[in-house]
Design a binder for this molecule. Sequence first.
Ligand SMILES: Nc1ncnc2c1ncn2[C@@H]1O[C@H](COP(=O)(O)OP(=O)(O)OP(=O)(O)O)[C@@H](O)[C@H]1O
Length: 789
Amino acid sequence: MLLVEIADTNAEFTGDEIVVNGIIGDVIEGDSYKFYGELTNHPKYGEQLKVSTYEKDVPTSGAGLVKYLSSEHFPGIGKKTAEKIVEVFPEDTIDHILDAPDQLSGILSAQKLTGFVKRLSENHGMEKILSKLAVYELPSKINFQIYELYKETTLDVIKENPYQLVLDIKGIGFKKADKIAEDEGISATSDARIQAGLMHTVITHAMEFGDTYIEARDLLEKTIDLLESSRNVEILVDQVATNINTLLAEGRLQAKDTKLFDNGLYFAEEGIYQRLDKLTNSIPKKLDPERFETIMTEVETTLDIQYDSLQKEAIFKALTHQFFILTGGPGTGKTTVIKGIIQAYALLNKLDLNPDNYTDDVFPIVQLAPTGRAARRMNDLTGLPSATIHRQLGLNSDDQPDDFGNDLSGSLLIVDEFSMVDTWLANKLFAAILPSMTVILVGDADQLPSVGPGQVFADLLRVSDFASVRLDKIFRQGEGSTITSLAHSIKDGYLPADFTAKKADRSYIESKAVNIPNYIEQIAKAWLKRGNDPFDLQVLIPMYKGIAGINQVNKSLQNLFNPLADRLEFNFQDTIFRQADKVLHLVNEASLDVFNGDIGVITDLVPAKYTESKQDEIIMSFDGNEVIYPRAEWYKITLAYAMSIHKSQGSEFPTVIVPMVASYHRMLERNLLYTAVTRAKQSLILLGEATSFQTAVTRQGANRKTYLVERFGIETKAAITDSEVKETIIAPTPVIKDLDLTVDEQTVDKKQSASPLKQETYVLTQDNITTIDPMIGMTDADVAVFTNR
Ligand SMILES: Nc1ncnc2c1ncn2[C@@H]1O[C@H](COP(=O)(O)OP(=O)(O)OP(=O)(O)O)[C@@H](O)[C@H]1O
């Protein structure tokens, strides 16, 4: 939105200035522009010009043009040179210069000419280009990104190969680019289109399935599907296969055997391998068992604990290996072992563990986690500094270094919740490790894998060269902690016999999908009535959409916990934001110290007329860290009364409600349910269909396809050379001949439990409703509301 002074207009408008609104680039104060558009009447701000296109108002001929070309916009061009230029191109001067700059070579030196044309196209071209881009109906933010990247070549790129946009611009998918290409008359069987389809398929496959590669035949099939469904055309297999080879030959795809990789994932896996392979090859440090026992006695006294033999083995291995992996389910003592490792490491290396005493030197112990919450928990539990990986490495939300990135310093690195770290981030982390550092990865391999591609934690646990310990004994036991034992049985693939029984810390309510929002609302009402903090009740749901999806539940809980009163609220897409709302941060924003999965509270809403950004602003607090987002940034937050199980990784909540119903269908998997259940610290309410819980616990998610493990061992056995690899794919009547088109059956663990749930039907009764009573204090009246429904 701009306020402009009017020099001339053909509209019926009498004022001296007007607000113009629309897609407008960097206009320069003081310059003249022509705006084309429609006069509108804004209820609040009065008459405005809604701009459809605009351009710099450059004089087109004569003295005005000479003055413009010799102005401060074009250093090095004086009045005389400008006159000569206008003599060469007396009409449509600027367009001609941009089209055929070489014709000025007699007037300007090559160097001057390049600079002049660049400036001219920057000055003159942006508005023109942006207004031309408007015909493709892309969001204005994307138009700017396109212009920023290609500058004066923008329209050429779009005309010649709009598919380039798919590779270069986040937010432009294949189908959008294909539409532009069709409009530009680009053939549906062109190689550029096929290559774009291939690249798009490789990446979307990785994002959708978490695999780091795709088998050549899957790539062929999927790409042909994409190309044929996006435009009505038959695509020949041979042509697609030939294009795969072109991409390989040009280094835009990588191959191992018939496995095809996007470059980023291929080189990230290679980077992880190369960095860690050096660590594996380091010889274990010698530690005399007697000395270890002496140290452990002191550690146990300090921490007032007796470690069991497996935990001690973990500490021993951590002290003697440069790279060590610790895994285990909830309550098996991972944190207790980390504390032991730190104490023992400090004793062994005579280190002071008080960070305040390190004013000049770096503190030797670096604790990192992939989420802000997990990092804070590490700090709470060990009392030592900790940070997110992104913050420590100086990475922004796209995982790119903010400046030059930071290397790690210190001698012992401990990374918790490592199962959440994807292939790209793992590569960046390991690349920053000093060769002398001792590295300890900690996590729970049975949780969901990372959101991004790969399963680095699970893969590294499979590499036999790496020292690792899997803790399996539950220490958090006894009355009042049946959540932990439930989690362990889920991990082992069965529901315990007492799954539906009322326990001190968990309960089960049978419900159909359609009733889930109502039940959650009733539980929440009872929760409030009891005087509990709404923020301590967290609903975890696998999906966003649908009657029992996150969006629906968020709306109903917002209305209950934070209803509209006589006050301001902001609408954004389908969401309403109010002061005091619980919000979830959706991306990593290291510079603001907020991260994907962080939960905060809205402390204020500020209307645009009071803000510097001239946009409505939301002010939030994430654990005391104030973050202010103008409207343009609101896509980074959402309501958090209910959140996805994926987003909940790395966080824990006092009370958790987990619904599971058949409509979540393909999400119903063991590691998803396991992750949800293990988020509950004090109490857990399971809600839904018994059969769906049974399906989830039985169904093991397919393993992700990655090439990391092979690199550590089997790689040397792969005797295929790169040229052979290409031949496999080139095969004259291509790979399709060998295609086995049967779809793999969902890997289902056959070891089904003799579940108590199998044959039973469930009805909502006074009995199973009151199972939640001890936790949230339901009254008889609440129960009546339930049963009447
Ligand atoms: N050897 C032990 N003897 C007695 N108690 C132990 C021992 N090891 C762990 N515990 C106790 O068990 C509980 C769980 O341990 P800890 O928090 O270390 O497990 P965790 O694996 O980190 O769990 P989570 O993943 O759920 O956070 C703690 O109360 C801890 O004190």
